[in-house]
Design a binder for this molecule. Structure first.
Ligand code: ADP
Ligand code: S3P
Ligand code: MG
Length: 192
């Protein structure tokens, strides 16, 4: 093998190594109530990866709740913080990251997630999402007169974006969060 071929082979090997490392990251996307935070934490435990939740990291950094950020800075201010936090977290290695339900609204975020690891879309019906979120007052976008209709509207806007961003789509259906996390851990362990 001459010197040029040797350099090309080395570069290819390094790229594969970097991609392997990036592939080591798992990002969960999906609507509010899809189970990203719950399943993400369980999945990280099964796979011995570090778990992050972008909302929780934003709250830790700002010292205030997501609803208060929405109140003070508006959704635009929250989205700016969300992109900044995602940009930092995707550079971490060997993690499971639960994104917020609106992360896919930004093309920059979609590209960043797709390029930095394995993106899993936890897909659920609006009925399931509504059942799982209706008691939770920590989701500003659902504090409306008719939160179920809001979920339906957001689902219509975002389902195509989740599908565009995901490498794997999982129908949440009637399985429990733990069962879904176990199934995902088995599927991901086999694909290594
Ligand atoms: N597959 C599931 N089956 C039943 N309940 C679930 C499932 N996944 C999540 N939940 C419940 O739904 C609620 C929202 O889950 P959460 O992880 O906060 O979703 P997200 O982070 O996607 O908004 C929690 O009470 C959680 O226990
Ligand atoms: O769907 C959305 O736009 C949002 C989802 C929330 O995260 P969860 O999906 O974990 O509820 C949080 O990021 C914020 O309230 C906005
Ligand atoms: Mg969450």
């Amino acid at each position: 093998m001459n010197a040029i071929n040797a350099i090309v082979a080395f570069d290819n090997a390094m790229n594969e190594l970097v991609m392997d490392e990036a592939r080591g990251n798992i990002f969960l996307v999906g609507m509010m109530g899809a189970g990203k935070t719950t399943i993400g934490r369980l999945l990280a435990g099964f796979l011995k990866k570090t778990f992050y939740d972008s909302d929780r990291e934003i709250q830790k950094r700002t010292g205030v709740s997501i609803p208060l950020i929405f109140e003070i800075e508006g959704e635009a201010g929250f989205r700016k913080r969300e992109t900044e936090m995602l940009s930092e977290l995707v550079k971490t290695r060997n993690i499971v990251l639960a994104t917020g339900g609106g992360a896919v609204l930004s093309a920059q975020n979609r590209e960043m997630l797709k390029q930095s690891g394995t993106v899993i879309y936890l897909r659920a019906t609006v009925d399931d999402l509504w059942r799982r979120t209706r008691q939770d007052k920590n989701r500003p976008l659902l504090q409306t007169q008719d939160p179920r209709t809001k979920l339906l509207e957001l689902y219509g806007q975002r389902d195509p974006l989740y599908q565009e961003t995901a490498h794997i789509i999982v129908e949440s259906g009637k399985r429990s969060a733990r069962h879904l996390a176990q199934l995902l851990a088995q599927q991901l362990a086999c694909s290594r």
